[in-house]
Write a protein that binds this ligand. Structure first.
Ligand code: FES
Length: 91
């Protein structure tokens, strides 16, 4: 045990940015949950039909919620626990 709390920033709310816009996050919240709580409903579109996509299954199965976090592409927002200062970009 390293003494580090398993939930990043467990001591209180913090912000991340989504396409440069700050949004609040509660400790332990996933990036997808924070985006929904901030009113974001879709953040990417399907390749051919251009249909909106965002959080759908919420459990890592559908891949509809893909985002880029701190330069790492194709992460499922519903599975990634937010950390203070995360910079999220959408496609
Ligand atoms: S919402 Fe389905 S994988 Fe994230």
């Amino acid at each position: 045990m390293t003494g580090e709390h398993p939930i990043p920033n467990a001591h209180g709310p913090f912000d991340i940015t989504v396409d440069g816009r700050p949004i609040p996050v509660e400790p332990g919240q996933t990036i997808g949950a924070a985006m929904i709580a901030a009113g974001l409903r879709s953040w990417r579109t399907t390749r051919f039909a251009g249909r909106p996509r965002g959080l759908f299954c919420g459990i890592g199965v559908c891949f509809d919620c893909l985002v880029t976090v701190d330069g790492t592409t194709s992460l499922r927002a519903c599975l990634v626990v937010a950390r203070a200062g995360d910079e999220v970009t959408t496609s």
